[in-house]
Design a protein. Structure first.
Ligand code: ZN
Length: 444
């Protein structure tokens, strides 16, 4: 615990703190976990102490999902090891090792541990823990040792010896995912993301690529994803606390839920939502300006500056939030960004929006429909031009659909797409955490 106190009180980024925890603190544990016998209650209390330490250092909400803390980062978790889980895995790995090790001395250990008369043995413990993870252990041949079999709905795994580590990791993550999916409040958004066919698989994992992100920001993002913000509906429906009213403290019209405050409140829409939208879009706009040599240097994603309305040279014109004047009257004639490529005779309308998690496809179709008349009018006026529209839709924590990356490749340099998208995701997620912070100030 001393090592953990040191790590979590240091001014390191969240990624570095987690790496240090898993390598520096758990590295020491891994030496003796395979050979000691511990009561699970003792290990569980160590896990509780670690969670308490994280909460005290602003790195975790006290009511945040526990399985999510230990889930792999690529699946949307925090990736912090659990002492209990490591102990159980160590027992399974040790059991596999003593059955396949070719060392002559190991046969005595093997004989002892396989003795059914022994009250407690590594073999018995390992079989019990493997069952908890949904893994079957088969002793095909005493000489070959145990093989490890694991089946999911879509795939079956079988492994012997050291290759078992990969299977064990998969089984542990699947087990944690099942636990999260069963949490009806905290797990809803993650569960929907895992089963969604249209959402890009990196939508939950992008945060793991932000290596310098501080722990309080990660904790704030986690709070939003798990819907444990201090809204009136959270107190009333989740914590069962009596509330004088459940109406929103900003607009007073609708129930105060995480969905309403972060994506649907009329009182926050003209200021906070616009600021979040512009912060995200700006990253893409500056990348376009740089590509077409309209600026010398791309500002950082967090820079406060606002772009000028028009940038133009001999070949390209880029406009930011400027209406397009057409001969006919068009109701929606003010897209976020318009790119006029004079050389290639091309006009691209760029429209961005930030929406609630499960509504990306729906909002994309609305945006495409909204500017259909403008596209038709432009086609009539500029018949020799190619007119197109790209609707950039992110969810409030930077998730996006599978097509977006490919669409943006046609605009910015392909080698820069990942970086630009990552900057947009950071700007949007930080914008959302600022709105959540505003709600927390009201609660204090
Ligand atoms: Zn409201």
């Amino acid at each position: 615990m001393k090592r953990l106190h040191l790590i979590w009180s240091c001014p390191l980024s969240d990624t570095n703190r987690i790496t240090a925890t898993n390598a520096y603190a758990f590295g020491k544990l891994n030496y003796f976990l395979p050979v000691i016998t511990c009561k699970l209650q003792y290990l569980q209390s160590m896990d509780r102490d670690i969670r308490k330490l994280l909460t005290e250092n602003g790195a975790r909400h006290p009511n945040a999902s526990i399985p999510s803390l230990h889930l792999d980062k690529k699946l949307g978790g925090r990736g912090i090891k659990s002492v209990e889980q490591e102990y159980k895995l160590a027992k399974i790995k040790t059991m596999l090792h003593i059955t396949y090790a070719k060392d002559n001395h190991m046969q005595y250990v093997r004989q002892h541990e396989h003795n059914k008369k022994v009250h407690r043995s590594i073999v018995k413990d390992a079989e019990k823990y493997a069952q908890e993870f949904g893994i079957a252990l088969h002793l095909a041949d005493e000489a070959d040792g145990y093989s490890l079999c694991y089946e999911t709905e879509t795939k079956a795994y079988a492994a012997v010896g050291k290759s078992a580590n990969v299977v064990l990791k998969t089984a542990v993550n699947n087990n944690l995912q099942q636990q999260i999916a069963q949490q009806p409040w905290q797990g809803n958004i993650m569960k929907d993301a895992w089963i969604s066919e249209s959402l890009d698989p990196s939508s939950l994992a992008w945060l793991s690529r932000w290596k310098t992100c501080p722990s309080p920001t990660v904790a704030a993002i986690e709070e939003i994803r798990q819907q444990i913000l201090p809204t009136r509906m959270y107190y009333s429906a989740k914590l069962q606390q009596q509330q004088p009213t459940t109406k929103c403290r900003f607009c007073g019209k609708k129930d105060e839920t995480v969905y309403h405050v972060l994506s649907n409140c009329d009182a926050l829409s003209p200021s906070d939502y616009v600021a979040r939208h512009n912060a995200g879009l700006k990253c893409l706009f500056f990348a376009l300006l740089k590509k077409h040599n309209l600026i010398d240097r791309t500002p950082a994603w967090y820079s406060p500056g606002k772009p000028s309305p028009v940038y133009e040279n001999q070949t390209i014109k880029l406009t930011w939030d400027i209406p397009i004047f057409t001969e006919g009257v068009i109701q929606h004639n003010r897209p976020d960004v318009v790119l006029w490529d004079k050389e290639k005779r091309k006009i691209v309308i760029l429209e961005m929006t930030v929406v609630w998690f499960s509504t990306i496809q729906e909002k994309k179709a609305i945006k495409d429909q909204k500017y259909a008349s403008l596209r038709a009018e432009l086609k009539r006026q500029y018949s020799d031009h190619d007119i197109s529209q790209i609707s950039v839709v992110f969810d409030i924590l930077g998730g996006h659909d599978r097509d977006l990356k490919q669409q943006l490749r046609t605009l910015v340099k392909p080698m820069n797409v990942e970086r630009v998208m990552s900057n947009m995701q950071k700007a949007i997620a930080v914008g959302t955490t600022r709105i959540a912070q505003k709600l927390k100030y009201l609660t204090k």
